[in-house]
Ligand binder design. Sequence first.
Ligand code: F6R
Length: 608
Amino acid sequence: MCGIVGYIGTKQAAPIILDGLSKLEYRGYDSAGMAIYDGEKINITKSVGRLKILENLTHGGETMSGVCGIGHTRWATHGVPSNVNAHPHFNTDGTITVVHNGIIENYIQLRQMLTDKGYQFVSETDTEVLAHLLDYYYKGNPMEAMTKVLHRVEGSYALGILFADCPDQIFAARKDSPLVVGQNQDGCFIASDVPAILRYTRKVYYVDNQEIVRLRVDHMHFYTVDEEEIHKEPVTIDWDANAAEKAGYEHFMLKEMYEQPKTVTDTLLPRIKDNDIVIEGLNMTDEELKGIKKIHIVACGSAYHAGMTGKYVIEGLARIPVEVDLASEFRYRNPILEEGGMVVVISQSGETADTLAALREAKARGFKVLGIVNVVGSSIAREADNVMYTWAGPEIAVATTKAYSAQLVALYLLAIKLGRVRGAIRDKEYASMLGDLRCLPDQIELLLNNKLKIQKFANRYIGAKDVFFIGRGIDYAISLEGSLKLKEISYIHSEAYAAGELKHGTISLIEEGTLVAAVSTQPDLYAKTISNMVEVKARGAFVLAVTCEENKEIEKAADYVIYIPETNPFFANSLAIIPLQLFGYYVAVGKGCDVDKPRNLAKSVTVE
Ligand code: F6R
């Protein structure tokens, strides 16, 4: 979603800001802009479209001289993508400029109030009210104006602000939208995400809700919204900066798919100690685990699909009922949470607004929340009572692959741990499951190495209009994710259906040549899925099957078969998803789509 970068120091600010914004491009945006203080006034350049255009307009930042500035990449919410709606926004005489991530929910009332007082608006954005409201309250003291504004606005924000009267300072603030600040020997930085400033500093401070930061060349001060100064401890980021580079791959998505064996290993192996599953962040005794009566998994998008798999695996292995909710639904449907219930939220970014709100809803009702989260220090990681990290490293491509695979493995571990503690898994099964889990990374590697076969097949479908994915049980959960991967990056309409449900309506969409991908990894359901394949084939469908090596019977019903290696059926998702990810990827590449940055999408969805 939108990105923010700001710098004040001894170097030229514009090239640093452009570089930082380029590291946030993956989050998705449709326009970009910068405000730089040149020693006398604040100059602004902004443009709809890619960051490259802003770079060209400013000759890589050279034409915007100055050592203090803020920049932004915008993902339109209020108002179309346009030069006028791009950030930074400014007050009437251009002496106060603002970049903003998030949504000001009461902007209509504020806009009306300011219009009545004579302020004129040029954009359709909610952000512009902030520039005029700051102007309204500004009487020579920026902190005073900021606190007044922050007390009046409702909604979410990460802000970077320049006041022309204070050329040696940047102001920043945050509520429900991520913001970090950092410092090195040359200056201080603000950013909406760590990769933007990782090249300059590894020491960062996470700004908390309703905090304000005042940054100068050589120091930063933190305050509450009531102007009380607070002390914060820095966090040292230990990721490899190269993790956020393409390392010779054509796209981040391909690189990240290839990182899956490592991601699965990293999430899995440190938690298997002397044949025992140790989930250190879980912080629950065996007695507490035995007492769980129901699990609520809440997430969005692919994380929700991982949760769907989690439902089948936990119910199957631990015999605990699991309800899976879309976070955007959970938060508003007055969910029934009863004693003995456990809430698990899943999120790669740890910043998804709906998932965060669902977490808060569960906590407000007195339930402890376990977060399965990838980004360390993210809002969900900090607000969840317990955190189980998926150690997937930074994921840059908008379409998730490696973080999803890590989420699956985290859920398997949780399911086996629960099943073991509750006596639902016997010793022999347990040993065999751990053995199967340990084999997953090599098996994933094997499937990735089969990419040419899938690429060739995918090339036939770059002109497809509709594609259907079908499966039963866990295979339905895999189908949901396979379908999402295809549609989000290739823009081909695709739907996933529980295989037995197709004939209740959707089968009428099958025409001569329609591709139906049938996933069949559950031995007790092989025959049932074959029947559904035969049904669609009889109506002209071309059937691609993803199944296990032993299921040769499927060749009688499928037109093309991709086999996955043998594993415990509960873990088959981790293998079956690989050819589906590759299929979506190669269809999108074949169509010439911007694979890493699909249109209209953002990496971390920090608005409702
Ligand atoms: C799809 C995708 C999204 C995310 C969803 C939740 O490829 O990446 O569907 O899974 O937006 O995001 P997180 O996991 O960051 O909460």
